[in-house]
Design a protein around this ligand. Structure first.
Ligand SMILES: NC(=O)c1ccc[n+]([C@@H]2O[C@H](COP(=O)([O-])OP(=O)(O)OC[C@H]3O[C@@H](n4cnc5c(N)ncnc54)[C@H](O)[C@@H]3O)[C@@H](O)[C@H]2O)c1
Length: 360
């Protein structure tokens, strides 16, 4: 047997045991292992923590894993067993996806995460009012947010739990972190639905439809028809040019389908999670890759059409540091009235919460 043949032989038991225990691992060529490492090009952390791994949190974790953008995903849930089960299931997808360290953890494990996404909460009980539900979820946030902020004072917090605008405001107050690093998924999903419904009507790729839903993620949300466009063409001229109807009835139908989509989905399958997970993924990508992407997310708004000190959605430039700029759209008088009304609805809920938190 020549020397090279000897090298090709599988090592025997003794040979293995004689190997030094502290061998340096050889870095293979090609894609570097991302597991437990920060972004290999920029050195920035790409760990993501998810608090609340029900349908939304776990679907987001799965989307994140398939994207390959995160080096580490930590799953935290009141139901730790559930988090463990999700981590195990996701880990078994790693060989089909990207090297990623996924584990069930505690709040302390949020340390060093670039982003913590909060999707924890409870659903509405039969007969429960919306306000009672808000109070229960705000109480849950009082347990979660200070622990996340304490473990990870440098990170970004993204809220997905509903009612997302009120809970984003609650999170901002509880976390005591800069407003640039605390925001909610807001109307990112409603905007996606609006673009999809419009794209169906206009016969173009939804990615080529530029239109936003602003204000509350909920019943008082506002479609910004006055600025909606395809290739810079406002919808009335795009439709006139292409022989597509755009009557007030058509516009009302498209908006109603957008606003009420969640009710329609929930009545059929009980919950919505794919599209919101994709939206959370888009937020994550904009931050980790410092893309300065414009997304309609919920953040603290001050001095805008008379609106002050509420969290609601406006198109927002998102990059590595979180919110870079909130775009203060020039609205039509009707849209401005709509977004003010949305802010009033949200302020009323926040006031009712504060009355409970600070009884006279
Ligand atoms: N923002 C959006 O566009 C959007 C879209 C869809 C759903 N949502 C919201 O996302 C939230 C989650 O929805 P879901 O379908 O995943 O619900 P779910 O009931 O499947 O999951 C909620 C999870 O939160 C956990 N949890 C509860 N209390 C907790 C606590 N104190 N600490 C840690 N974890 C806790 C539960 O154990 C559960 O795993 C809901 O509020 C839902 O309305 C938001």
């Amino acid at each position: 047997m020549n020397e090279s043949e000897k090298d090709a032989r599988p090592p025997g038991r003794d040979e293995v045991s004689r190997r030094p225990l502290t061998r340096t691992r050889r870095q293979t060529t090609g894609e570097p292992s991302m597991a437990r490492e920060p972004d290999y090009q920029t050195g920035r952390p790409t760990k993501i923590a998810i608090v609340g791994v029900g349908t939304v949190g776990s679907t987001f974790a799965y989307t994140l894993l398939l994207s390959g953008i995160a080096s580490e995903i930590v799953l935290v849930d009141l139901n730790h067993e559930r988090a463990e089960g999700e981590a195990m299931d996701l880990n078994h997808a790693v060989p089909f996806a990207h090297p990623t360290k996924i584990c069930a953890g505690t709040y302390a494990d949020c340390q060093g995460a670039a982003i913590t996404v909060i999707a924890a909460g409870v659903g509405q009980r039969p007969g429960e009012t919306r306000l009672e539900l808000v109070r229960r979820n705000a109480a849950i946030f009082a347990q979660i947010v200070p622990r996340v902020a304490e473990a990870n004072p440098e990170g970004i917090i993204v809220v997905a739990t509903n009612p997302v605008d009120v809970l984003t405001y609650v999170t901002l107050r509880l976390a005591e972190l800069p407003a640039q690093r605390v925001f909610g998924s807001g109307t990112i999903l409603d905007t996606a639905r609006f673009r999809y419904m419009l794209s169906e009507h206009l016969g173009v790729d939804p990615r080529s439809v530029h239109a936003y839903i602003i204000g509350e993620h909920g019943d008082s949300e506002v479609p910004v028809w006055s600025l909606a466009n395809v290739a810079g063409m406002r919808l009335p001229s795009f439709c006139a040019e292409n022989g597509i109807p755009l009557s007030p009835d058509t516009m009302e139908r498209i908006f109603r389908q957008t606003r009420d989509a969640a009710y329609e989905i929930i009545s059929r399958k009980g919950a919505t999670y794919y599209a919101v997970a994709a939206g959370l993924m888009r937020i994550t990508e904009a931050i980790l890759r410092d893309q300065n992407t414009v997304l309609s997310i919920s953040s603290l708004v001050t001095d805008y059409y008379g609106i002050d000190d509420v969290c609601l959605s406006l198109p927002t430039v998102l990059g590595r540091r979180g919110i870079e700029r909130v775009l203060r759209l020039d609205l039509s008088p009707r849209e401005a009235r709509g977004v003010r009304k949305s802010a009033d609805v949200l302020r009323h809920t926040i006031d009712s919460l504060e009355e409970v938190a600070e009884p006279a």
